[in-house]
Design a protein around this ligand. Structure first.
Ligand code: 87F
Length: 552
């Protein structure tokens, strides 16, 4: 079997690169995709002259993948496949030979580091300190909070051997660090002067999930920060819960351009070990599912009792601490891919993109290549000096058209093309990733233009996502309308009696292939609830408005 892949294409591209005879400059301008896809078809044709149409198509898919020229699935047609393809072709993820575990490539880690840098600075302003606790948990410690661990037990991974020998006692790998940290909290907190104790750690955790693994969204190991704090009073704890939740909103809305709803989880959906749970919730219109973006819990005094975290208060009496815990994880990046990605690949919000502007030379027969390269380098320098993350792509084994597709797949917000005409006119061509619009910009105004464009792209990504997500919101008052809206993949705002049994009943009544409906959150921003409004599910008097839907 002959498979023509990147090597051949590259050789052809390299030739054209120099001679300019294969792709015209104008077709490079348009991405050269038509020519390249014709070329691919030619190659495929050559390779499959004697094979069936079916295998011809398969080969086409194969060549497409190998050359990185596009996705084989569309976001609107086969969302799950599209997502898997985008995270790999966009170079965020590499698959690994253990199910549910993924390699996070540099393109991912830069995004993570940007979010990390923001959050780390903010929590330090709040006088929260970083610490690092061990990865392993003894069975003894883990069992200490049996009640809350009970439901999670099947997800705990254990180390049982070293080499060929069984360990005397198996040790667990942290799925979260309450049981790792709180024995030390108990030791370190003696009197009111030891409070508040506010710690955070950046680490990995392992939860051996059995439902369908999805990169970033549901993986068996993931990166997160977990904050654990202890206070003398409930008021201090309550205040911090909301301060942290606001930081999570900023991560989603101001960094990732994803609109979220802040609210409180129901009794059934809250962290069972805590007093109450708040969250930011996002929505994925394509699948009609809500997704919990991050959580900030007030734990009350439950853990303080279990772990004996008490202190002598100002009156000399023994008192229990009030605790919080809060986390966001690499799931943020999955939500970003799902919300903004399109049929050409990733679309990165400018604030988190490792490369914000990619600069591509557009050679042409008899062009002054030195001048073109020099103009590219100078643009990179100017933009970097102005604080932007700009790079050029001078690789000589790929055509400009190939590079356009490549950087589009990786989601770089702006592309700058510089060809002979641009040199003559002292301008560059700027192309937006989010909407494809093009503009010729005088070199003298480059920095201002790029600044405006990047901020405009962020706004536009956010607004587009907000319009789409808002279009999926539906207010319902009756069970019939609820079911209709659920089938229409909505997130449903409904008046609810706030009874746990009723939520369980809704879950049972909506159980099916796509998963049951559950509460996402009761938004802090509550519409008015006139006296006499009834619960959509039970017919009892409604106590609050709550978002319902299927979720990840
Ligand atoms: C899986 C296995 C064992 C979630 C688990 O949200 C335990 C758990 O406790 C578990 N999955 N949880 C809840 C985590 C609660 C809490 N931990 C600190 C947070 C924020 C960070």
């Amino acid at each position: 079997m002959i498979v023509y892949g990147r090597a051949l294409l590259s050789r052809i591209s390299a030739r054209n690169w120099i001679s300019g005879s294969f792709l015209s400059t104008e077709s490079w301008r348009t991405g050269g995709k038509k020519e390249i896809s014709n070329l691919v078809q030619d190659i495929v044709g050559m390779a499959t002259a004697n094979t069936s149409t079916n295998s011809k198509n398969a080969r086409k898919k194969e060549v497409k993948k190998e050359t990185g020229l596009g996705l084989t699935t569309k976001k609107g047609e086969s969302f799950g496949e599209w997502y898997s393809e985008v995270v790999v072709n966009g170079e965020l993820i590499e698959y690994y030979d253990i199910s549910g575990c993924y390699i996070l490539r540099p393109w991912t880690m830069t995004i993570w580091e940007t979010l990390q840098a923001f959050f780390d600075v903010e929590i330090k302003k709040m006088n929260i300190k970083n610490a690092y606790f061990p990865l392993f948990v003894s069975e003894n410690a883990l069992q200490k909070e049996k009640d809350h661990i009970e439901g999670f037990a099947p997800e705990v991974a254990w180390v049982t051997k070293s080499g060929q020998n069984d360990l005397e006692v198996p040790i667990a790998i942290r799925p979260t660090s309450e049981t790792v940290m709180y024995p030390s909290f108990s030791k370190w907190i003696r009197g009111h002067r030891d409070l508040p104790l506010k710690l955070n750690q950046w680490c990995n955790v392992v939860r051996w999930e059995f439902s369908h693994p999805t990169p970033f969204i549901r993986s068996r190991e993931f990166l997160w920060q977990e904050g654990h704090t202890a206070f003398a009073t409930k008021e201090e704890a309550d205040k911090e819960v909301l301060e942290i939740l606001e930081l999570y909103r900023i991560i989603y809305e101001d960094y990732l351009a994803i609109p979220v709803v802040k609210g409180r989880k129901s009794e059934l959906e809250k962290f069972a070990g805590g007093l109450y749970t708040t969250s930011v919730e996002a929505f994925i219109p394509n699948t009609g599912r809500g997704i919990q973006g991050a959580t900030s819990h007030c734990l009350g005094q439950n853990f303080a009792k279990m772990f004996e975290i008490d202190f002598e208060n100002e009156k000399g009496e023994k008192s229990m601490v009030w605790q919080n815990s809060w986390a966001y994880s690499t799931r943020t990046i999955g939500v970003m891919v799902m919300v903004h990605g399109d049929d050409k690949g990733l679309v990165l919000p400018p604030k988190v993109a490792a490369v914000q502007i990619i600069i591509i030379p557009v050679p042409y027969k008899d062009a002054d290549m030195e001048a073109i390269f020099a103009a590219c380098s100078s643009a990179v320098q100017t933009l970097q000096a102005a604080g932007f993350r700009a790079e050029h792509d001078f690789r000589d084994n790929y055509s400009p058209g190939w590079k356009y597709s490549h950087w589009e797949m990786k989601g770089v917000p702006l592309r700058i093309e510089i060809g002979p005409k641009d040199i003559d006119k002292n301008q560059v061509r700027i192309v937006r990733r989010d909407n494809g619009s093009k503009a010729d910009v005088p070199t003298t105004n480059l920095v201002e233009h790029v600044r405006d464009l990047l901020s405009n792209i962020h706004e536009s990504l956010f607004n587009t996502a907000k319009v789409k997500s808002d279009a999926c919101k539906k207010i319902v008052y009756t069970w019939e309308d609820f079911i209709t809206a659920l089938n229409e993949k909505k997130w449903i705002l409904a008046p609810w009696c706030d009874e746990e049994e009723v939520e369980k009943d809704v879950k049972a009544r909506t159980k099916g292939e796509l998963g049951a409906a559950k509460t996402l959150c009761s938004p802090f921003d509550q519409p008015s609830l006139p006296e006499g409004t009834l619960c959509f599910a039970s017919g009892k008097p409604a106590k609050k408005w709550t978002y319902w839907g299927r979720s990840y």
